[in-house]
Design a binder for this molecule. Sequence first.
Ligand SMILES: Cc1ncc(COP(=O)(O)O)c(C=O)c1O
Length: 408
Amino acid sequence: MPFFSQTVEHIRSSEIRELMKLATRPDVISFAGGMPNNNMFPVKEVDEIMQNMDPEEKKIAFQYGPTPGYPLLLETLKEYLRSKNLPVDTHSLMITTGSLQAINILGMEFIDPGDVVLTENPSFIGGIAVFKAFQANIIGIPLQNDGLDLESLEKVLEKYHPKILYVIPNFHNPAGIIYSKEKRRKLLDLLEGKGIILLEDDAYNELYFNQKSKELTAPMMSMDYKDIDIVYTGSFSKILGPGLRLGWMLAPPEIYEKAQIIKQGIDACSPNFTQVIANDFIKKGYLEQYLNRIRKEYANRKDLMQAALKKYMPKEVYWHEPSGGFYFWLHLPEDIDSTNILKRSVKNGAVFVTGKTFDPNANKNNALRLAYSNMEKAQIDEGIKIISDAILEEIKNIQKKAFIQISK
Ligand SMILES: Cc1ncc(COP(=O)(O)O)c(C=O)c1O
């Protein structure tokens, strides 16, 4: 038996990974995977870019590049981030191998075993996995429909000295919510002078469905604040394709300096090949066109799922209708275990991700995540019916058990 490191001991097997195996069964309708449908990628545009690539650019694409990123992409990305009022002139930008790598780098830079890291509860499984791997003591702060529960946060801030607060303010994975302007303001005020790093993960920034939610997406890093170190991360995964493995990190210079050294030891540089493509994609004006296309498509998918949920879900289930992103988060009655529902609905041909997967302490399981980004649209109604029936059966089952208990 090999002697595994303590890091490995702290990695828990991901329920999502297990589910992905199930989800690939051709007869199963999967609402599990939080990724775009294969038919939605901008294949034509990228084909055109590859056909017309300058011979010198092609050679660069094959070569190693500077650790912080392909210089032309860094410049293009700076312009893009500047248009969102992000402080690209006072902060430093680094291209990372997916934004998950940025979270990893930050973990390596700041977390010693036992350090307190705060996340939302629920939170992105990838972020939780990183903090666990660095043996952080993760405390989950409840998430409300307009952002973090600030009363809970305040108590935790007083009691512990957390190193990092990790948040996903726009079109949250898995909760599907967006932070209100007021919550963002209060959060920045609350964190002032606390010596905590605010890790603002903005992977879904562009995926708004209407003007009102677009206006809400302004990152906290673009607002007025003082005496807080904010690290902002973003990704090409939702706006071009996760296969490119490109993300970015905008950080105060001090944090960036160490991050660069860490990245050098991980992979020297992010793929130059895809950085060249991403740069051309933006420069040729394809990004805006593509975003307009996918925003419409995701909004349509969301509408179909909302209609099916309203049609089939038992009255005990409630949810917040998303105004962007990929996800519905269903709240179930307290005593319902979503793993039991999953077992029932897998048998009938539909899968989703159970609530506890997104709880940093893997406790709370009376919720579930449905992604509308990936399966065939025509399957939404049928799949939601299967899951609704499974929930109804489980509710009846629990009520029957409670009745037998009382009658004894
Ligand atoms: C909230 C959030 N952050 C980060 C990521 C990671 O994205 P990337 O592909 O850029 O590593 C995801 C992917 O699903 C996500 O949902």
